[in-house]
Design a protein around this ligand. Structure first.
Ligand code: HEM
Length: 287
């Protein structure tokens, strides 16, 4: 009972708070057009921009005139996009920063890759970042070891039943795959509780050759998979590349055990404390 209270109560109260905060902001954007920077103070700016920029809103309003989408749907969709997109991406980024800093060899290889790719931080664009194999391996391993969605999002078996992994499953059965369990199973990944970006490189060592890489589906799979997988991946890689290009960071002593957090659908994140300095050679003209 206490467990349910600890898990469900924060979800309900934070969910209500989210709608309470977002509702007036979204209404204001719909009424006054807002500006593309009106939420720049917040971490949801980019997701907000996607769902309420003038083109998306006018598209939805056009549909509304045609009877498809009402204001309440715009409101709900915008609030869902922001909820679905902000905590998840923040979790991925925090996990990446934590595991990079907790593994000095990884940090050193990654910083070399990033700093060798660009002499100015502003040169780090998506084309360059997408070519960084080690950064991709680090982000894949971060989302495996600490997936932003931990739990099971279910599906209902359709009429007639289906065959799953060679076994018949009757219609109306509720089925799902748990992210955390799948990514931490030794049946899928060697040393599943350890952080090894090397397992995701094109040329993989014998040690990780038996990994079932396809088991990693943190954005889900099939027609209802995440609509923003590419955007979230691009954001995260660009953010990390620019962060590690510019700052020399180390974990603050109080955050050494940061990954030992409780979670239910997602982790109940605690602050990740790091010490950071601008990299020594950075001149003002490079910022
Ligand atoms: C690391 C970042 C993210 C992760 C790990 C993630 C994960 C997921 C997962 C697992 C689902 C499938 C849920 C299901 O099985 O029913 C999903 C769906 C969805 N995600 Fe994401 N997501 C991320 C970022 C985002 C962002 C940035 C947005 C919006 C801007 C977003 C919007 C959505 C929406 C709208 C759906 C529902 C799609 C549908 O039902 O057709 N997500 N996401």
């Amino acid at each position: 009972m206490a467990y349910l209270q600890d898990t469900i109560e924060p979800l309900v109260s934070k969910g209500l708070l989210h709608f309470h905060v977002m509702g007036p902001l979204i209404q204001d954007r719909l009424k006054n057009g807002g500006s593309e920077t009106d939420l720049s103070r917040s971490s949801w700016q980019d997701n907000w921009f996607v769902c309420t920029n003038k083109r998306s809103v006018s598209h939805m309003e056009r549909n509304q005139k045609e009877g498809d989408t009402g204001k309440s749907q715009i409101l709900n969709n915008a609030a869902i996009f922001i909820a679905a997109g902000s905590g998840t991406t923040a979790s991925w980024l925090s996990a990446s920063v934590y595991y990079i800093l907790a593994n000095p060899d990884v940090k050193s290889k990654l910083v070399d890759e990033i700093r060798n790719a660009a002499s100015k931080r502003s040169d780090l664009n998506l084309d360059i970042v997408n070519g960084m194999k080690y950064l991709k391996a680090v982000t894949d391993e971060s989302i495996r070891i600490m997936p932003p969605i931990l739990s099971t999002f279910t599906r209902v078996v359709p009429r007639g039943g289906v065959s799953i992994c060679g076994k018949y499953v009757a219609q109306s059965t509720v089925v799902g795959v748990n992210h955390w369990a799948t990514y931490h199973s030794a049946k899928n990944f060697k040393h599943p509780d350890e952080f090894h970006p090397e397992r995701w490189l094109d040329v993989v060592s014998e040690e990780f050759a038996g990994d079932h890489r396809n088991a990693l589906q943190p954005f889900s799979y099939g027609p209802r998979k995440c609509i923003a997988q590419e955007m979230a991946s691009m954001h995260s890689k660009l953010f990390l590349a620019r962060l590690f290009w510019e700052f020399d960071m180390e974990l603050a002593p109080g955050s050494r055990d940061w990954a030992q957090m409780k979670g239910f659908i997602a982790h109940y994140k605690i602050p990740l404390m790091v010490k950071s300095n601008k990299k020594p050679t950075l001149s003002e003209t490079e910022t």
